[in-house]
Design a protein around this ligand. Sequence first.
Ligand code: 13P
Length: 256
Amino acid sequence: MITRKKIIAGNWKMNKTSADGVALVRDIVAAVGKQADVEVVVCPPFTGLEAAGKALEGSNVRLGAQNMHHEAAGAFTGEVSAPMLRAIFTTHVILGHSERRLYFGETDETVNRKLLAALKNQLRPIFCVGETLAERESGATLKVVQTQVERGLEGVGKDHAPSVTVAYEPVWALGTGKVATTEQAQEVHAFIRGLLVKLFGEPAAQKVRILYGGSMKPSNAPELLAQKDIDGGLIGGAALEARSFVELVNAAAAAR
Ligand code: 13P
């Protein structure tokens, strides 16, 4: 049986100045910087990436961005590219977050372009999918997730598949305090695993980590992380304080 190393990734969204981010990273490094059983990733805003990267140097904590453009360079005012992220030792990049789809017009097609560009540049995508409340209530959850997964991963070869991490984030659970039940989450995670098997074959699909995101916190994490297909968490609010984030890393270590 394959054991997948769990990932706890903090999506800071539009929070923390560079200096505040450094302070948070220092606290995280002091507590779990040597953690080798869980992949720990922090994703500051662009302005805080480089300083956070320096603060985590020498630890096992990894650096992620929250978005990128699919082109390497050019006339794209306000954008940042994969080679630029790589140059400051970014290893991961969140792509297709529902807030980007909702507020910034990202589509399955643009997310797919970014994902392919990230892989080409040896960045590990944390690829987000998830349904809205209206979609869940109309019974469309699995169909919506299927379309996002299939379109987002178009053109990814099976050799690259294990570098991709999928994050299932039901939109209605983001920042709302409403968490999906373990059964709701595991159902969608298992469904995503099945889609990955169809796309990449069993061995590659079994290596892909599928994270849950949506009001995950120390009180609900152990039960979620104990599920067969829940390989970690993409954390918003609880990633903004060292204490709760570190507790989540420890919960993931205990759930191995
Ligand atoms: P919350 O943990 O604040 O619900 O946010 C989750 C999220 O959107 C992570 O990407």
